[in-house]
Design a protein around this ligand. Structure first.
Ligand code: MG
Length: 254
C-alpha cells in the first residue's frame, strides 16, 4: 500500500475499498439543483431540454448547469431551508454509510452541487457525526458582485475547476486509479454530472432509469444498475468480503 499523501486522503486508513459517489439524485431521492430549478427557477421543461442538449448535442454540462442555477434568484439561505424540507435520503443509504464506517470503506462524495447545500442536507439526513467523516469534493457558492449570497439574486455557483463539467470528477479519482497497489474503487451516480467519472473506477453503479444508464449503454461503459442503496450495499459487501469479483458484479441493466 502506498503511503497516504495530502492529495489522497481516502488512503489514510489503508482501506481495502473506496466508495466514490455522486450526491444529488444518488444519495438523495431528489436532485437539489433540479428541485430548485423546477420549483424556483425556469421549470422542468426547460431543464429537461437542457439535459438533452448535454446528453445528445455535446453541450458542455458547465453551461447548461449555469443556466439552470442562474434562473434561481431566491436568497441562498431560503433555498437551503426549502431543500431541507423537500429533499429526502435514499432509504438504505444511512445503513450503508454505517457499514462503510465499520468496515473501513471511506465514502468520498464527488458532486457538481454546491458544498454548503450538500453539508446542510447530509447533516440533516444522516446526522452530523456520520456526515463529518465523509470527504466532500464539490462546487461551491459565491456572492455576486456587490451582493451577499442571502440577497435576492445574490448568489452564483463557483466551479471546482476549468473543465467543461464545472467539476471534472475524474480528477479526484485518477490519482488513486494510477497506484500499482490500490484499493478496489467503486462509483455510484445517476446523471450527466457523472459522465466524467463513469470510466474511472473498477465498478460503476448507475441508477435505474436515469441518464447515466443511457450514457453507459451508448458509450459501452460497463456498469451495474441500482434501484436504491440496498442493492449497492449487498454488492460492495460481497466484493469487500471476497465473495464475488467486480467483473462478476458488472451486470449492466439486468
Ligand atoms: Mg446526480
Amino acid at each position: 500500500m502506498a503511503a497516504a499523501t495530502p492529495s489522497l486522503p481516502a488512503l489514510r486508513t489503508k482501506p481495502k475499498a473506496i466508495f466514490f459517489t455522486d450526491f444529488d439524485g444518488t444519495i438523495t431521492l431528489q436532485d437539489s439543483n433540479d428541485w430548485m430549478t423546477d420549483n424556483l427557477g425556469f421549470g422542468v421543461e426547460l431543464r429537461k431540454q437542457n439535459n438533452k442538449e448535454v446528453l445528445f448535442d455535446g453541450r458542455p454540462f458547465r453551461d447548461a448547469f449555469q443556466d439552470m442555477l442562474d434562473s434561481v434568484t431566491k436568497p441562498f439561505d431560503e433555498c437551503i431551508q426549502l431543500l431541507l424540507q423537500n429533499v429526502q435520503l435514499d432509504p438504505a443509504f444511512k445503513e450503508f454509510a454505517s457499514w462503510c464506517r465499520a468496515n473501513n470503506v471511506p465514502i468520498v462524495v464527488l458532486s457538481g452541487g454546491m458544498q454548503p447545500v450538500i453539508r446542510a442536507l447530509l447533516a440533516h439526513l444522516v446526522g452530523e457525526e456520520e456526515a463529518a467523516v465523509m470527504q466532500i469534493v464539490s462546487n461551491d457558492v459565491k456572492a455576486r458582485p456587490g451582493k451577499s449570497i442571502n440577497d435576492e439574486n445574490g448568489w452564483d455557483i463557483e466551479y471546482h475547476d476549468d473543465s467543461s463539467f464545472g467539476h471534472d470528477k475524474s480528477l479526484e479519482i485518477r490519482p488513486y486509479a494510477a497506484l500499482s497497489d490500490r484499493p478496489v474503487m467503486f462509483y455510484a451516480g445517476d446523471g450527466v454530472s457523472d459522465f466524467s467519472a463513469a470510466k474511472e473506477t473498477d465498478l460503476l453503479f448507475a441508477k435505474a432509469g436515469r441518464d447515466l444508464v443511457t450514457y453507459c449503454e451508448t458509450e459501452n461503459v460497463p456498469f451495474t444498475v441500482f434501484h436504491d442503496f440496498s442493492n449497492i450495499h449487498k454488492i460492495v459487501a460481497d466484493v469487500v468480503e471476497g465473495k464475488i469479483t467486480v467483473q462478476q458484479a458488472a451486470t449492466g441493466s439486468k
